[in-house]
Design a protein around this ligand. Structure first.
Ligand code: NDP
Length: 287
């Protein structure tokens, strides 16, 4: 039997339509939300992500400011720009597109963003708050996944959840959110022994690996909810299309609910960035 689709594209569109009202209310009170995006270098995927984020801001009525720097820019230049943005009252959210070039100390850059403008939720202070179950900003991708659970009536309390991937951007915050929601959580990674033994126990399986079609049907418990965070570009000989970490065609025959790629977690990530920016502006406006 084929799984039901969790349609991230439609859900993101619904959320974004609702955001417009909140943005209009803030703008009417002279608190128009503003997002600054910093891109260093010319990574084509990062360029696409930044363009999509800026376009989404414009569509929602959010003020956006994009700054692009060459890959060899000195870290001090970026730190100075962040200090300027931290003090800019038009800007409520600041995002530095990752990954940064190798000569950067990524942690130092992320910590230079004022925690109350850290709409990606990567500042240590915000990670700590999330770990304590008292989040100020939830990182956008796992936040989007939680919204998908909510919108599709997926009850997490008491469920076995397995997250494949332990990155600071996706895997770890995803695991924290699932713990906070009452799931029993296992985090797997490249050192995990017998990965399939873990994934086959999962009522909720989240794949954030970065390997095309890594999760096969045999790794999935019948009836599981499968969330595919992966965005991988297939090689030209395989059509060059985008592909997730899950073997969608096979796994949809085993799962009860599944996200597609594209049209799943990706659009939700952008929607939650807008949500965090609006929330930052509402806080600043005293709402
Ligand atoms: P990272 O490369 O930072 O992390 C990948 C994780 O997968 C690591 O924890 C790694 O383990 C683990 N891993 C690698 N190989 C294996 C293996 N054979 N078995 C088990 N675990 C393994 O990636 P990200 O978390 O940043 O991103 C993951 C994917 O999600 C990518 O495809 C990325 O493009 C996509 N993504 C999508 C977003 C969206 O909006 N939909 C947003 C962000 C990312 P270890 O730690 O041991 O190395």
């Amino acid at each position: 039997m084929s799984a039901q689709l969790i349609d991230g594209k439609t859900l993101a569109e619904e959320l974004r339509a609702a955001f417009k009202t909140r943005v209009a209310a803030l703008t009417a009170r002279n608190h128009r939300p503003g997002l600054a995006v910093i891109l260093v270098g010319e990574d084509p995927a990062s360029q696409v992500y930044v363009r999509n984020k800026v376009n989404a801001c414009e569509a929602a009525g959010i003020f956006s400011q994009k700054r692009v720097y060459p890959a060899d820019v000195a870290q001090a230049v970026i730190l100075a720009k962040l200090a300027e943005l931290n003090a800019d009252p038009k800007i409520h959210g600041i995002l530095v597109q990752l990954p940064l070039p190798r000569h950067f100390d990524e942690k130092a850059v992320l910590e230079a963003i004022a925690p109350e403008k850290d709409v990606d939720g990567f500042h240590a202070e915000n990670v700590g708050a999330l770990a304590q179950g008292n989040a100020r900003f939830i990182p956008c991708t796992p936040y989007g996944v939680m919204k998908m659970f909510e919108a599709n009536g997926v009850d997490l309390a008491g469920k076995e959840a397995v997250v494949i991937g332990r990155s600071n951007i996706v895997g770890k915050p995803m695991a924290l959110l699932l713990i906070n929601a009452g799931a029993t959580v296992t985090v797997c990674h490249s050192k995990t022994r017998d990965l399939a033994a873990h994934t086959r126990r999962a009522d909720i399986l989240v794949a954030a690996v970065g390997k095309p079609r890594f999760v096969t049907a045999g790794m999935v418990k019948p009836g599981a909810v499968v969330i595919d965070v992966g965005i991988n570009r297939l090689p030209p000989e395989e059509g060059g299309k985008l592909c997730g970490d899950v073997d969608f065609e096979a796994v949809k025959e085993v799962a009860s609910l599944i996200t597609p790629v594209p049209g799943g977690v990706g659009p939700m990530t952008i929607a939650m960035l807008l949500a965090n920016t609006i929330e930052a502006a509402e806080r600043e406006a005293g709402q």
